[in-house]
Design a protein around this ligand. Structure first.
Ligand SMILES: C[S@@+](CC[C@H](N)C(=O)[O-])C[C@H]1O[C@@H](n2cnc3c(N)ncnc32)[C@H](O)[C@@H]1O
Length: 298
């Protein structure tokens, strides 16, 4: 039986008042409350266990169709919201799972590589196809930083390479590197959820377990792999990438390549400085304000 649909009320507020407003809306019968950025303030990537929130927040409450929302609108405590009385928006019911699946399509990354959701048929069966579904870990190829790293790997990976994916998320970069011809990859992440996701995705893509080591940083034997990687790729954030500079530099072998993403254009200069003089990074790609830095170790 189809659902009659929904009504949505949207309020503007600030971070300290969000929880009280959420509680109040649930007490009025909201079936769901979602939070959105109200000031174009990117939160980038939270650390494990962190749930950061924007300063300016849009709070969207979903109610069943048929409920009279006028009393709710009249009673909303003025101290919990910024301004104005919202008008209810009517949302027709739809097959949400279907709608979400329809929006996630196979994506070509560079010349050889495709990222394909599991429910689709790879458009080019002879290409290097990676099967990947959205999950809890970061990295489905839809984010500009992941897309740029994939394009770089597509360009630089040659047969037999040793690759390190530092901050692996779903494992998409390590898996792509192996599928593109690398012989061995190490996928590292400090979030246990990413380790689980990478293991699952490696299995789904029939990656031989002997080819891919997946581990938390503290479980890796770093000493034997100093200066061993043909390519180190790290898509993290500018802050951690700067802090990790000595370690990431030390993993790249002479003549090997470092690929860094997760930073914004205005953060490039200080990162370039942090990796010089051993690695002269330059901006190799730029999408929507995100840049990818690449360079060879001398
Ligand atoms: C932006 S995601 C990138 C995921 C994937 N590699 C991609 O390109 O889509 C960054 C990942 O780095 C991990 N990370 C952040 N800081 C880290 C650190 N200091 N050491 C290891 N992993 C880290 C996060 O847990 C997250 O999974």
């Amino acid at each position: 039986m189809s659902h009659p649909g929904w009504q949505e009320l949207t309020f503007e507020t600030t971070q300290p008042r969000v929880e009280a407003l959420e509680d109040w809306l649930f007490a009025q019968g909201a079936v769901a409350v979602t939070l959105e950025d109200n000031a174009d303030e990117p939160l980038l990537e939270p650390g494990p266990g962190e749930t950061p929130l924007w300063q300016q927040v849009k709070v969207v409450a979903l109610f069943n169709e048929g409920i009279d929302l006028d009393p709710v609108i009249e009673a909303v405590p003025a101290e919990l919201i910024d301004t104005g009385t919202p008008a209810p928006a009517h949302i027709p019911d739809q097959d949400w799972e279907r709608a979400w699946m329809d929006n996630f399509h196979p994506m070509q990354m560079g010349e050889r590589l495709w990222i394909c959701p599991s429910w689709t048929t790879p458009p080019q069966p002879e290409a290097v196809n990676i099967i990947l579904d959205p999950g809890l870990a970061f990295g489905t190829g839809t984010h500009p930083t992941t897309a740029m790293c994939l394009r770089s790997l597509d360009r630089y990976i040659t047969t037999g390479m040793q690759v390190i994916d530092f901050g692996c998320g779903t494992g998409i970069l390590a898996i792509a590197a192996l599928k593109l011809g690398a012989q061995q990859a190490l996928a590292v992440d400090n979030d246990p959820q990413a380790i689980t996701a990478t293991k699952q995705n490696a299995e789904r893509n029939q990656v031989a377990s002997a080819q891919l080591e997946i581990a938390l940083p503290e479980d890796v034997a770093w000493a034997p792999i100093q200066e061993s990687a043909d390519i180190v790729v790290a898509n993290i954030l500018a802050g951690p990438l700067e802090a990790l500079a000595p370690q990431l530099k030390s993993l790249v072998k002479s003549g090997g390549r470092l690929i860094l993403a997760g930073l914004l254009t205005n953060q490039a200069e200080s990162l370039i400085d942090a990796y010089a003089p051993e690695i002269e990074l330059t901006i190799e790609q730029e999408i929507e304000g995100w840049v990818l830095l690449g360079g060879k170790r001398c």
